[in-house]
Design a protein around this ligand. Structure first.
Ligand code: KG4
Ligand code: ZN
Length: 334
């Protein structure tokens, strides 16, 4: 079965085809228009998707050498609604026109399952850490569609903090790759930034979800970096980048280790844009776990992860009707 995957939830217009032997094509167009604003502007993202979604999809089909897929999978959320709707409406129309099954994919489930495209791939059950610009969650994945949230950030997402710290340092957007590169010449122990612990039992502000020891927090770290820069004349960019990055990596590694100890699960799937971070990849690989992660280019948003998740669901006999609506917030597996 050849499945076309379409992703338009944020600032990548992406399309890919996956067949029985794996990825046949994977085309990603990154919208550069947001760079001058220092972050994604939702209205501009939606318009840019509308301009590119047809050519991106056509390129994916051409590179895969197929005129018509056997199914269409499209991100249906979570994400920027104006952006999600472009891909979702286009994907539904394409599926209807071709007369093939359609499936709406949860973007986070796309990331979560993306390490299954690797060889070797994890086998259920596995832990999955999805670290992106909008989300930072640790899951126990027991099977397709069967995910338990073990912990998540109670404030900023890890990628969001990379982007904000980059902006504070006067660097560009997206901040993750810039800080990653700059940290290579800095000292990770130059500044001891806080690794915020979560108190089990207390309540998350604004929600009724109890905080667990596996929850994470990054906004205090962001404030600590800002305070340090305000108070320190001649702070070193590479040292701040490396020290900040070390704090994020420590928090994430500690949660993964604790989750493994609590569940007895020894496989970890690492995914999402921040999974492209070189220090995070090295630190996770050094843990006493089997770690599976996509290549850096497929950690950030792409169509292959949507085609993969959609194909698995179609092969499991699941599909959606064309009345499916977009969801701005959506926990995978619900
Ligand atoms: O998964 P993604 O492409 O989009 C969302 O679903 O949010 O993740 C984008 C995020 C951005 O915050 C970006 O700064 C971060 O991933 N990112 C990185 C790196 N590459 C991208 N963060 C740290 N290190 C990187 N090398
Ligand atoms: Zn993403």
């Amino acid at each position: 079965m050849f499945v076309l995957g379409i992703e338009t939830s944020c600032d990548e217009t992406a399309a890919a085809v996956i067949g029985p032997d794996g990825i046949c094509s994977d085309v990603v167009y990154t919208q550069e228009i947001h760079q001058k604003f220092g972050g994604v502007v939702p209205e501009l993202a939606g318009r840019a998707h509308a301009e590119k979604v047809v050519t991106t999809t056509r390129a994916a089909l051409q590179r895969a050498g197929i005129a018509r897929p056997d199914g269409v999978a499209v991100t249906a959320g979570p994400g920027l609604m104006g952006a999600v709707l472009v891909g979702l409406c286009f994907g539904k129309a394409a599926a209807a026109g071709w007369g093939v099954p359609f499936v709406g994919v949860n973007h986070l489930e796309g990331h979560l399952l993306s390490p299954l495209l690797e060889d070797p791939a994890p086998e259920f059950p596995f832990l999955a850490l999805v670290v992106s610009g909008g989300h930072t969650s640790l899951y126990l994945a027991r099977g397709l569609g069967d995910y338990t949230v073990l912990g998540q950030t109670v404030d900023d997402a890890a990628g969001e903090v990379f982007d904000k710290v980059s902006r504070m340092m006067g660097l560009g957007y997206p901040g993750g790759p810039i800080i990653d590169a700059m940290a290579k010449t800095g000292r990770p122990d130059a500044v001891r930034f806080p690794r915020i612990e979560i108190t089990p039992g207390s309540l998350t502000r604004g929600s009724s979800r109890p905080r667990t020891a596996l929850d994470m927090s990054f906004s205090g770290l962001k404030t600590a970096v800002r305070t340090y820069m305000q108070r320190t004349d001649g702070w070193s960019g590479p040292d701040v980048a490396a020290s900040f990055q070390a704090a994020v990596v420590d928090v994430l590694c500690a949660r993964v280790l604790a989750a493994s100890q609590a569940t007895g699960v020894k496989q970890l799937a690492l995914a999402g844009g921040v999974a492209a971070n070189s220090q995070l990849r090295a630190a996770m690989s050094a843990l006493p776990l089997s770690v599976f992660m996509p290549p850096k280019s497929r950690c950030t948003d792409n169509g292959a992860m949507i085609a993969n998740a959609g194909r698995l669901r179609l092969l499991a006999g699941q599909s959606d009707d064309l009345g499916l609506t977009a969801r701005s917030s959506w926990t995978p597996g619900t």
